[in-house]
Structures are given as C-alpha cells and as structure tokens.
Design a protein around this ligand. Structure first.
Ligand code: GUN
Ligand code: ZN
Length: 440
C-alpha cells in the first residue's frame, strides 16, 4: 500500500506554555510534509519534493495542520438538548437532562444520536473525547460501535447512578459493577476504544455505588474514571450534606479511591488550594468547560491557578455538551480566553492550543501517542482553514505573526474553520466534499 502524506503548514506544541515562555513553545513549519505509515506519523519536516515522490500526498494550500483536538468532558446523549433554557445546574438536570437521557433505553435511538454526535465532533476537528453515555449499557454499545467504524480513539462509559434521579435512570451498586465489568471486557482496548468508569457525580451515587466504581477501577488497570466536581456552590453544599465528615467535595472521591492518574474531573470551578495540591500529587486531571460554565452560570475556572508552576495540575479542555453550547474547541477557547481575562490573566494562542491538544493528551495519560504532530504519534490531525469565513480571511491579512494568526482563529473560528479531520492516518472528514464523511 502507498504511504499517505499531508502537505501544509504545521503547528504543534514543543513545550508547555504554562511552564515556559509561550512564544518559545510553538513548533512551526510553514510548508511541511507529514508522512504517515500504518496510522502513525513516520516523519515531519519541511516540504521536500524528492521525499514526497511515490507517496499519496494530500495538499492543503493555506491549511494549518495541528494535532486533532481533544474534548475531555462531553455527554453524547445530551446532543438533543443543547441550549435548554433558563436553569442552573441542579434544576437543569431535573427538568431537561434526566428526561432526555431516558430515551437511551432504546438502542436504535442511541445509534442515531451516536452517529450524529461523532460526525459533529469530526466536523469540529475533535478526534478524541472522554464521553459520558447514559445508565443504559446499550448506550455504550451503540457509541463504541460507531466510534469503531471511524477508528477514533474514544474514551467512554456507562453512567453509574443509584439515587436522586428518576427511577428509570437508576442502577444499583451490584448492576453498576456487573454491567460495567462486562462493557470493560468487551470494549476496553478493543482497537482504539478505551473504557471510562463513570459515576455521574457524588449526589447521584451512594457510598456503595462509589465503592463499586473504585473496585472496577482497581480491578481493571488502564481504565479511566470520570465524574463531575465542584461545578456550582449549591452542588457542593449538597455533597457536604450527603457525605458528612468529609473535608471537601474532592475528599469524597478521594476517600472512595477515585483520585489518581486517569481520573478526569469535570468543571472544578470552586476548588481550594488543598484540592489543587491533591490533584497535582495524584496526577488527576481537571476538564475546563468554559461554554458550559458560562451557559449554566456555574462560575469561572481558574486555569492559571490550576496550572501554577510550583504544583501544576493537569488541565484539559471540555465542551460538556449539552450544558456546553458548541462542539468546536475553537469556540471553547474563545470563551476560555474571556474567562481567564475576567480573572486578570491572558490566555495566548499557545496556551489555547496546548489545552486543546498536547495538554489534553497529557491530562489523559496519552501524551506518548496523541497531541503532537511528531514522529511516533498516532496520525489524528485537523487541517484548519484560516480564511474559512469572510471576516477570518480579512482579519488574518492584518495579523503580524503566527501567534496572532492562531489567536484570531481561536477567537473568530468555529467548525467552518475545519477543512479536514484525519483519524489514524485516514481522512474521515472533508468539509469541501459532497460526501463529507468516510468510515475508516
Ligand atoms: N453534574 C451531574 N451531571 C451533570 C451533567 O450531565 N452535566 C453537567 N454539566 N453537570 C452535571
Ligand atoms: Zn458534564
């Protein structure tokens, strides 16, 4: 088989802009050749006519090739309820979320939504995501089956919840354990799929349910845990009532055995210094979900505080759809910039690209294979079009340097700026083709 290659401008992160001068962190090749063999990047270098001979080269004139975006916190069953009006977190869950999620008892519905959701991710340039399914095992089966068709590296799992929700959405610690174990055995490490044990959040889990989650995690090394943490102050008060004698919301998960590498905590808006220190020491990851935190009015995540150089905590970027309002991580970064600015900080394009790519990969303990355009990495790539809309095209003409060009993309860009998405070395989405999507 002929090896594939891409030609275009390459931008990737060589270092962490939260720890080093952001201006020194970008790897940039204005006209590059990216060669792919067996789904892995074999080489990256300046365009070379001779080296390209005999390769199947796709040229993207004017396109910027970056690592595929990573979405570290998203709910696929909530695709049908994005933009649900008016409520804060706890009322929003009851009034909208728990109603929509009941539809996923139906496998056919789960298949339809999985198909739309994965296409929306790819249209937005997102090639890896940590995904909440619903309490129904068939919602997980449907999602992984669709992901496998694209060969996307997805991390997903069955939601565990045994209280404080409608009866139809509840499991028990016993069924939570048994169903998750079966799903782990079927899907974790099958092709590129990875399993995530998913206790929804402390208020919907009894201590026994959290213990079942911890047991699953202990018994299946390499699996993930995802849950919600410190999203709103009302939620925190409720958790401290439900779990008396705990020092903080994080402490509830910690004492249950759910804090460590491959644990992903969504939101973490209202954290204290001790919580940050514990996450740093444990290697746990926080998912910054700015469009969601603004939409529900939950608060402002302190990304520079979380990443403080003396005890940096892993931070990835999440959309948290359907409380989040866009699949596009460029939209998330636009909001992340404003959230940081309200906290007196300046989130550069290098910081933004870090959160959406290499930082996300490191947070998910996948930095050895995802998040960079570099040899040895899995070839999950996005091709961005800095002239995708009239205003992007016009504004970009006045950009003075690379950082400014990328910043403009981050502030004005959205899914229209995604020219193509490549997964495991194959173009699965092409904006400009009539049949835009292609299974692997
Ligand atoms: N906390 C518990 N469940 C959810 C959810 O589905 N979305 C958000 N944003 N927060 C939650
Ligand atoms: Zn969420």
């Amino acid at each position: 088989m002929t090896a594939r290659a891409l030609r275009g401008e390459v931008v990737s992160l060589r270092a962490d802009p939260f720890l080093e001068d952001p201006a020194d962190c970008l790897e940039h090749i204005p006209d590059a050749l990216v060669v792919i063999e067996d789904g892995i990047i074999a080489s990256v270098g300046p365009w070379d006519e001779a080296a390209a001979r005999g390769l199947d080269v796709t040229h993207y004139p004017g396109g910027i090739i970056t690592p595929g975006f990573i979405d570290a916190h998203v709910h696929y069953p909530q695709t049908q309820m994005i933009g649900a009006f008016g409520e804060g977190l706890l009322e929003w869950l009851e009034k909208y979320t728990f109603v929509a999620e009941q539809d996923f008892a139906n496998r056919v519905h789960a298949e339809e939504v999985s198909a739309i959701f994965l296409r929306e991710l790819l249209r937005a340039g997102t090639t890896t995501a940590a995904v909440y399914c619903t309490v129904h095992p068939q919602s997980v089966e449907a999602f992984f089956a669709e992901s496998e068709r694209f060969d996307t590296r997805m991390i997903a799992g069955k939601v565990l919840m045994d209280r404080n929700a409608p009866e139809a959405l509840l499991d028990t610690p016993e069924s939570a354990y048994a169903d998750s174990k079966r799903l782990i055995e079927a899907w974790h490490g099958r092709g590129r799929q990875l399993y995530c044990i998913t206790p929804r959040f402390a208020p919907s889990c009894s201590p026994e349910e959290l213990a079942a989650a911890a047991r699953l995690w202990r018994e299946h090394p390499g699996t993930y845990v995802q849950t919600h943490l410190c999203e709103t102050t009302a939620e925190i008060d409720w958790v401290l009532d439900l779990f008396p004698g705990h020092e903080s919301y994080l402490d509830v998960y910690d004492r249950a055995g759910l804090v460590g590498p491959r644990a992903i905590f969504g939101h973490a808006v209202h954290m204290n210094e001790r919580d940050f220190c514990r996450c740093h020491e444990a290697g746990a990851a926080l998912a910054h979900c700015p469009t969601s935190n603004l939409f529900l009015g939950s608060g402002l995540f302190k990304v520079f505080e979380a990443r403080r150089a003396d005890r940096p905590v892993h931070v990835a970027l999440g959309t948290d759809l359907g409380a989040g309002t866009a699949f596009s991580q460029l939209r998330s970064l636009d909001e992340a910039y404003k959230v940081a600015k309200l906290g007196g900080e300046k989130l550069t394009a290098a910081h933004g690209l870090w959160l959406a790519t290499r930082g996300g990969a490191e947070a998910l303990q996948l930095g050895d294979r995802l998040g960079q355009v570099a040899p040895g990495m899995e070839a999950d790539l996005v091709v961005l079009d800095p002239a995708a809309t009239p205003i992007l095209e016009f504004r970009s003409r006045f950009a003075r340097d690379l950082m400014e060009r990328l910043f403009i993309l981050m502030i004005l860009g959205d899914d229209r700026a995604v020219r193509a998405s490549w997964v495991a070395g194959r173009p699965v989405y092409d904006r400009d083709r009539a049949d835009a999507f292609r299974y692997a």
